[in-house]
Each structure stands twice: as C-alpha cells, then as structure tokens.
Design a binder for this molecule. Sequence first.
Ligand code: ADP
Ligand code: ADP
Ligand code: MG
Length: 656
Amino acid sequence: MFNKILIANRGEIACRIIETARKWGVRTVAVYSDADAQARHVRMADEAVRIGPAPSAESYLKGDLILNVARDTGAQAIHPGYGFLSENADFAEACEKAGVVFIGPPASAIRAMGLKDAAKQLMRKAGVPVTPGYDGDNQDADHLQAQADEIGYPVLIKAVAGGGGKGMRKVDRAEDFPEALKAAQREGQASFSDPRVLVEKYIENPRHIEVQVFADSHGNCVYLHERDCSLQRRHQKVIEEAPAPGMSPQVRAAIGQAAVNAAKAVNYVGAGTIEFIADGSGALSADKIWFMEMNTRLQVEHPVTEAITGQDLVEWQLRVAAGQPLPLQQAQIPLNGHALEARLYAENPETGFLPSTGPLEVLRFPSGVRIDTGVEEGDVVSPHYDPMVAKVIAWAPTRQQAIAQLSEALGQTAVAGVRANTAFLKRCLDHPDFQDAKLDTGFIGQHLDQLVPDAAPTPQVLALALAAHLPSNADAAGQDPWDRLTGLRVVGQPHVQASFQIRDQIFTPRLRGRDFVLPESAHDLMIRQGGTQPDVVLDGERLTARCVTGPGFCHLFHQGQWWPLTRPAYEAGADGAGNGKIVSPMPGRILSVSVKVGDEVASGAPLVTLEAMKMEHVLTAPFAAKVTGVAVSDGGQTQEGVELVTLSPLEDEASA
Ligand code: ADP
Ligand code: ADP
Ligand code: MG
C-alpha cells in the first residue's frame, strides 16, 4: 500500500477519499484553490498545498502544477476523484511518465472510451449490444439527416466528445433535425472543442441502468451489480438506487457480463462504470438494454453500490493501484438489501433550478443515514464549482423501507442561507409512481408540477410559524422568536397573533380559540407545542417542524423546506434605526389606535391596528417608550411609509 497520496479534487469526493486513506494509514495531500483555502477537504488532509486562483482552469485542472506538488510532497500516487482531471488521458500519461501512480485506468483505456463514437465502434466489435444508430465519420449535414430518417424518429444527437448531459438534442420530427444538429454541434464545439456528433435511436421510456465494474492488473475483472439512475433532470442524475427495480438475476448476469466484456476490450484496470440505456416500457430484458458509454473513473453514485455489497470502492481503487489483486471474485460479491442516494444541491427549484450560492448558515443532517459532504455549517457555496452540497444515502432490507428512510432523512435535513433542492428530492421519493418503480428518465419532467415545492407558504407553514413564535418551556430563556420578534402579541387568552416576514412578504396569522384565520381561508388549529420544535394539529393533520433562531430571525424547517421568518421590515426599521418612527408597512385602513401622546408603553405593546390586504396587522412598540406623537385616528386611511406614531425610548431601557 502507498504511504502517501495526493487528491487532485475538492468537495465531497476529496473528503471521501481522505477518509478511506486514513483508515489504511495512508497520508494525504490536498490541493486547493484560493476559493477553498478553508475548505473541509483542506482541513481533513494531512497536508494541503495551494495551486492557484478560484477558476478550475487555473487550479484543479492544472495537471502539470499538481504533478509538481506530488513530487515535492513525496506523494506516490494521485487520486483524481471524478470530474476535473479524472478522464484526462494526457494527465494519466504524464503521471505514468513522472513515476507517479495515477489511481485510475491506463491512459489508453481512457482514450479508447473518451469519444462516444469510437467507444461504440469498439463495443460493437467486442460483441456488446450498443444503441442502434450512426456513429461514422461522415459529418455532412445531409448525410446525418438521411441516417436519422433511416433510424426513425425520435432520435438523439450527441456530441461525440460530450459529457455531463451537454451537447445532446432529442429530435422528434425530421423537419426539426437541421436546427437540432446545429445546436448540438455548437455545444460540442463550445464545451469540448469538438463539433462532431453521432445520431442514435431515442429509446422510449428510457431507463438509465449502469454496471459497476472493477479490474486489477492481474487480469481479473468483476461487476458489482447495477445501479438505476433513471431519475434525471436534463440528463443529469438526481436520485440513484441499487439494485435496479425489476432486475432479474438472469438479466443482471447478462448485462454484468456484457460490462465485463466491455472493460476487458480496453484492457481496463480500476473502477469503471458501463452505462446502458434500457427500454423501460415493459419488463427489463437483456435484448432491450444497450451500451451507451463508459465512465472511466469512480462515479458520484458509487455509495449505493457500497451499501448493497458492503465494500469500500475507494479501498479497492487503492489496492488495485498498488498492484494488489481484487479483494473478491465474482461469485463472492454480495448483494444485500436496497440503497438509494439523493444529490442535495444548492439550487432553487422555484426558479428553474438556478444554482444558489452563499454561506451555509444552517447545515444539519439527521443520523441513521450516510452523508457524503465536502462542507460544514458556516462554509460557503461558491459560484466557481459544482453546487452539490451533499449526498444523502439510505440502506434498508427492502426498496420500500430504503425510500421511507431517505424521505424521512431529507425531511429532517436543514439547509439555510442558500436555497436547496431538499424538499424537491423528498417529493420525488414520496411520489406514488416512484414508490411503484414506474420510472424512466422522463419522470421528473412529467411530474414537475407536483415535485416543485410551493413558493408561497401554505397554511401548514403559517400554522407552524405561528406556533414557533409561542413560548415553550423547553426553550432556553431568550431563545424564543416570540421574545425577539416584537410583532407578536397575546391579545387575551386564547387569542394570539404573530407578525413576521417570509422573504419579501409579511404575514400576520391569527388564532382565536381553535379558529385559525388566514386571508383566504379558515382552519382548525390546535397547538400542541410552541417554540423551536413546533408541533400542531391543523385540520386534523399532525405537523412538526424545527427552528434555528437568532436575533430577529427564525429559520423554520418543514419537510426539507426552509422558511426564513424575519422580523417584519417595518419593525426592524424602527428598532434597527432606534429612531422610534413607527411607519405604515403598506397602504391600509386604521382600525384602532391604542395609544395617545404621553403614554408610556412596554416593549411589544400594541400601538396601531391596521387593516391591509384583508388582514389585520398590529404595529407594536419595538422597545419600552414614551409616545411623543400620534399622527392618525381610528378609521383613517394611510399609505406605505407614512409615520403613524413617534416614540422616545425610556431612559432605563435605552441605556440597558
Ligand atoms: P456521473 O455520471 O458520475 O454523474 P458526469 O459525467 O455527469 O458523472 O459528471 C461527473 C461529475 O463530476 C458530475 O456530477 C459533476 O459533479 C462533476 N464534475 C464534472 N465536471 C466538473 C467540474 N469542472 N468541476 C467540478 N465538478 C465537476
Ligand atoms: P453523458 O456523457 O452526457 O453522460 P450519455 O450518453 O451518458 O451522456 O447520456 C446521458 C443521458 O441521456 C442518459 O443517462 C440518458 O438519460 C439519456 N440518453 C442517452 N442516450 C439515450 C438514448 N439513446 N435514448 C434515450 N435516452 C438517452
Ligand atoms: Mg453518461
């Protein structure tokens, strides 16, 4: 085994590799860009070396620089992780030349599988079934169109150098072909400096099924069963599982053997994945599963394979790279239970999944599931790299149990500061079609409306938010948002009202007895517990949430969704500036004025009740004060920003 290795990557995969290396007493060298000087992988490694500025082209993709670092630090091998240099044959070759072991396949195997057309031709020769289509050299537009016509629509145009779902276009009708071809060529040129494309049959109800293979340098090659990665958005994997639902032992053995044949055809060594596309319109059968491409590296979703086989694939990689034989033979590889992985991304499903960057103000995971992550609470999601925050992985004896566990875990996951797809992932898992394994790569697109969480708070969220503002004995003194948010008041028992802002909207839900009144609807609400672990029964449904509070805010987490409750802007303004000017937050009608000039009021005391947008808003005193001005009277109208009441802080309070 090696004494020391360098990890030419960042984020969760760098951390994942360091963990296994540490277990085996292998010392680790991390490399980092300026954006990652404080990153988790840097904190975890035994040594860390800066390699350049934030952009990956100037840091993580600088093979020559990284190789120098390996030499300088005495690292015997380099693990490239995935992405970055992992499928760069020139880099693998440079490592070989420099006498540093590249923890991956030989450069020749990377090259053979690097272009989709050449790979398909090679596979066809090796007797591996490939997706029907045209992968020849003639790139003439008319010729390609004629090929597409012959294959029959729909077809898929793919950039031969493509990856990560880029450079692909589905074409449904012959007349759309020329436009789509140009687009795929443009994207291929822009992203991979190669405009060449191939055309293949678009498989209807496609399921993405891939086989994990492993080969050593002694001629052994095995498969570690399959993964189903059909849950995709724009050809990018979202949820992966192993084994594939509905896979019979016979079909598994057939595609497993096809995958091993594929690997052997390129003299493969190390971890690799053969991706197949399967016709998911009926039961899986070996003659309806075709080779798509090979990824010559460790895959993002390898943990589900680890979960069902009980193996550590990074350990296998290190052993193989060190020249050892594979730890197990084909017949010894277990297949136990079922595992699923969800990719937790910093992105906002409400805005078409735009990446979200910024500080991870809150990042909490439940126990009982595997979390692979490269960040901790307080770290920053930078715009420079892939915005994956973590992979959440669950294992259980059955698929149904594993889905339930993962869904539960996502429901308890709390991410604040950046928007995350947590609730979206949970909805995918909870969808009846997913539970029934009715899946293909169109699943997310078809059900998008049901899968994207509500942008506006539902009555459930408002009920929990109201409860969060009620004091709870369990909470430490001063931890209650109720104490912090001056908008809340108890108007005689049992009549409560809170006022808070969620993103740019102000809400003032009211509860009289069990009547919960919202502008558009009325509900029955029983609050079982208030405070940071709100627990309510709304219209007969039990709901819970958890809160992380701080001065003037309360992050509410419900079903994986983050609701930032903040002090309404109009109160924050009065308090923050300390100027005592209580202004109207919006146009409305004055229902009542509770104070007159000269009154002394306690912090939180009601001053003016305003009716606006069909709701009552009670403006309260942000601090203990003397009323020095009242500019409105009952029944009057007011505009946004108009000063209604002026306060002067009471001496003792002001100095406190
Ligand atoms: P997989 O099939 O394992 O999902 P892809 O071929 O889609 O792999 O891409 C590999 C993974 O590598 C992606 O999921 C992505 O997170 C990561 N990746 C690819 N390119 C980069 C890059 N330039 N920077 C950071 N991560 C990258
Ligand atoms: P990439 O290198 O970008 O990962 P792939 O060839 O692996 O490209 O294709 C990415 C995804 O596109 C697959 O996971 C699958 O969902 C879809 N896909 C690819 N080929 C086909 C096909 N022939 N028919 C239907 N869907 C396909
Ligand atoms: Mg692929």
